[in-house]
Ligand binder design. Sequence first.
Ligand code: TNX
Length: 516
Amino acid sequence: MRLTRLAVATVLTLPLGVTTASAGPGPDPLPISVTTVLPAPALALPDPREAFPLVPDTVIVASGPAATVAGQLATAFRPATGFALPVVPDAQPGAITVRLTGGDSAEGYRLDIGDDGVELSADRAAGLFYGVQTLRQLLPPEIDAATPQDRDWVIPGGHIVDAPRFAYRGAMLDLARHFHTPDEIRRYIDQISRFKVNHLHLHLADDQGWRIQIDSRPRLTAVGGAPGTGVRGIGGGYLTKDDYRTLVAYAADRHVTIVPEIDMPGHVNAAQVAYPELTCDGVAPRPRTDIRVGYSSLCIGTDATRRFVTDVVRELAAMTPGPYLHIGGDEAHSTAHADYLAFEEWLLPLVAEYGKIPFGWQEIAQTPAARDAVVQYWNHEGDPGPTVASGAQVVLSPADKTYLDMQYDLLTPGGLHWAGTIEVDEAYDWDPAGLLHGVPEDRVLGVEAPLWSETLTDLADIEFQAFPRLPAIAELGWSPRATHDWESFRARLGAYGPRWKQQNVRFYESPQIHWS
Ligand code: TNX
């Protein structure tokens, strides 16, 4: 029987377990409550005496810009409930109210759930969007079904007051080693945004391929994106400017900012195959489909290199509305040290001239110009470098904790293990504050989980590597340190399994987790 609003009294007499995910091995399944959300909210107070039943005549009240997010909420809940869930402007009792408030919290939100209604409020649309992601997790996994389910829908009562610990919560996809299609990227955006991840870094060029249209340099994609480019010659493909703009807009609707990366001065073999004048001897290297790194370098200080880099930065900046442009800078083992420093001293200000904040891998921290950049650390051991000591902001992607392409253990298929294997507890058990020697928390812009694609081809491979570790990194980026607790995290993660199953998301059923 479906619940109607008249049946609220019945709901209240039911044990909380009414919204429980199905039983599985291990301890009792976790009943859904405001405390079971991933990533953990800053403050969550359950009220077991209250609960809000979603019924066929439930309406969503919102007006102005809040109506956009209210529409996303309705779109998320309509298929599985089969309810109309109209978005209406006028306040009424017993509704889900979505409301913008007057303050200046960029991403925070508040949820108050009682018998008489649900109120979701935030200062900005991003906060409302995150409140919607939380609400989705307060209904049972079947809420993600594509067709109407014959069951009751009850949102457990209580209050959440939530805001992120760090402004930057990122994921990265490597399109160069294997191209991933816009549909695959969209599906990944759908998944990461559920965990309040707000940046997607796209690694668009490397030795094996070039994956973004640059009008002034058509051979980059004609050659570097041709069939047969990529590791083992599998894949090929590239994003047209239209593809890219459509992706940027799709991500923005989910409050995800795209951070495009062109890796320089190393990792440039594909560019040199297309434009041999970028080498010092003018001879085109052979195309590469292996996974070695560190052998290619732009020829530093030539007009040809300066013109090329300027063309690429100019066009990439013009098609990117987000604040950042990532210029790589890692593993330039074939660039002389003095050349590397000179190149970065020229390149980082060039990015700023085109209106973007330069972003680069940690190697750029050797140059003074990096003081105005975001520096992304993949190796947290040792000295973070003089520029960081003097003020640059950092994003933390320690390879031995956040590299989603590392194997879970040596038996899991796919992935590499040069930084070790990473089980779920290792991805979760660290603190972004204090990871880098001498870098205080207020210098940490956030965290990012990169996923390099040497061994990955399709979306199923991506999902298997990302889940369930991505939510661990997302929680480190979002949740206050005071909530950090492995037992709590693993219980909430175990209860999330049925949601991935419901959505046909492939994930690694880690033996560390009791999956519901
Ligand atoms: C290191 S660490 C890389 C990538 C590889 C990755 C594979 C860093 C910034 N670069 O070139 O794809 O390892 O795990």
